[in-house]
Design a protein around this ligand. Structure first.
Ligand code: GDP
Length: 435
């Protein structure tokens, strides 16, 4: 089953430009499948100058004939889903018949948003900086075995168990959140109304993917967020609530390990992170501000300014091992155009210790001092370049050094937000996938 399937994962803190890379690779695949996260993901894709921001629906939907799958590992807010479907329809794209949502996917309900906002407020300075869209609490309900799945909506009868679950959850929400109480009957009524629209999209996606694989249809697995936001392997507790690393694919879609195939890691030519938590190579001051501006580093989902920093090889090596990367896609190289010098963090110093691997403890990581190498910048632009040999020699040296310090091969370089502003290196892993 493995032949030909590819996973695309973020190697940093998300927002690496996975949307564009997925979009580029999609023509070689029949199916694009998401396996975790919620509508906090926010892929931005430019097609022929038109901007599409997709939060929940895989960007494969922009390609005619491609089937898109939302796995059981994703939590689905019906309102957010319908907003995206309506937006696509306005652009002449019809998702029905090409978009399938797992019957085992959990639903995000209004009380999840209320609970998350209250929890973030209560944390004060220790707030996680979530998007407050109810994603975390929906995963909490899933693990706490009080969540509501698509299948529960399908099963519902007039006096079924759904009402009991909603009543208990809303009651808990009213106690913890305070303020104006929610009425569980309204929540149930709205949810059953939403089901009318959800039903034609809901399917056994594990079976769908298995049948597709039997028919030699290639699957592209699309990770949301990034390795450092993985609930197990990221900078816990400043992480998402799911496994965005390649390991999450099997559980999040109901496919066996051999289905995963090869893995492409997406890394920005520098680092960013949104929300709170440790970020060793963070750049503050006017320089950080300028980098944020040139990279347009504002969240696709929330518009929040992203924190920016130098490329951190400790982070990308961590991601390379966890995801078993076969190649790297390096994005936003153009954002570094015009800098006189560029730094790369090769390892950390923590007290009298040199660390080459990511420490698990947040306090240790906070004490780590990044150790940099300084490389010369370039004065002629990489922006819009489409051939590797046309890149300034310093940019090529920068890429070569990143390959050395990460132990990975850069197969693809992105030099702008447009689909065409891309270099796919001849004879590379990515070129092979596309051939
Ligand atoms: P994702 O969540 O990993 O897909 O990342 P986002 O879509 O949130 O962020 C990536 C942003 O960078 C989007 O606005 C892209 O259009 C943009 N982008 C992607 N690749 C490049 C690139 O090579 N250069 C520039 N300047 N922008 C890029």
């Amino acid at each position: 089953m493995a032949t030909g399937n590819v996973a695309i994962v973020g190697t940093q803190w998300g927002d690496e430009g996975k949307g564009k890379v997925v979009d580029l690779l999609t023509p070689a695949f029949s199916i694009v499948a998401r396996y975790q996260g919620g509508h906090n993901a926010g892929h931005t894709v430019f097609v022929n100058g038109r901007k599409f921001v997709l939060h929940l629906i895989p960007s494969g939907i922009l390609h005619a004939g491609v089937t898109c799958v939302i796995g059981n590992g994703v939590v689905v807010d019906p309102e957010a889903l319908f907003a995206e479907i309506d937006e696509l329809r306005r652009e002449g794209i019809e998702p029905q018949g090409r978009l399938f949502i797992s019957e085992r996917a959990h639903v995000i309900l209004p009380y999840h948003r209320d609970v998350e906002q209250a929890a973030e407020r209560a944390r004060g300075d220790r707030r996680i900086g979530t998007t407050a869209r109810g994603i975390g609490p929906s995963y909490e309900d899933k693990s706490g075995r009080r969540g509501i799945r698509m299948a529960d909506l399908a099963d519902e009868e007039p006096d079924g168990h759904l009402g009991d679950t909603i009543r208990a959850n809303v009651c808990a929400r009213n106690t913890t959140v305070g303020g104006e109480a929610l009425d569980w009957r309204t929540v149930r009524r709205d949810l059953l109304a939403a089901w009318q629209r959800l039903e034609p999209l809901v399917a056994n996606v594990s079976k769908l993917l298995d049948e597709a694989a039997q028919a030699d249809r290639r699957i592209l697995f699309e990770g949301a967020q990034g390795t450092m936001l993985d609930v197990d392997h990221g900078t816990y507790p400043f992480v998402s609530s799911s496994n965005g690393t390649a390991g999450g694919i099997c559980a999040g879609l109901g496919v066996p390990p051999r289905a995963v195939g090869e893995v492409l890691g997406v890394a920005k030519a520098y680092s960013t992170r949104v929300g709170s938590g440790p970020f060793p190579t963070e750049l503050g001051g006017a320089f950080g501000e300028a980098l944020r501006e040139s990279g347009d580093e504002y969240g696709a989902s929330t518009g929040r300014p992203r924190r920016v920093g130098w490329f951190d090889a400790v982070v990308v090596r961590h991601a390379a091992r966890l995801n078993g990367l076969d190649a790297l896609a390096l994005t936003k190289l153009d954002v570094l155009d015009g800098l006189s010098e560029i730094k790369v963090c090769t390892h950390y110093r923590c007290g009298d210790q040199e660390l080459t691997d990511m420490p698990a403890g947040g306090a240790t990581l906070a004490r780590c001092e990044p150790q940099y190498e300084t490389l010369p910048g370039w004065s002629s632009p990489t922006a819009g370049q489409r051939r590797f040999e046309d890149l300034p020699v310093e940019a090529r040296r920068y890429i070569a050094r990143l390959e050395e310090v990460t132990g990975q091969t850069v197969s693809l370089v992105s030099t702008g937000s447009d689909r065409h502003d891309t270099i796919i290196r001849p004879d590379s892993t990515v070129a092979r996938w596309l051939s």
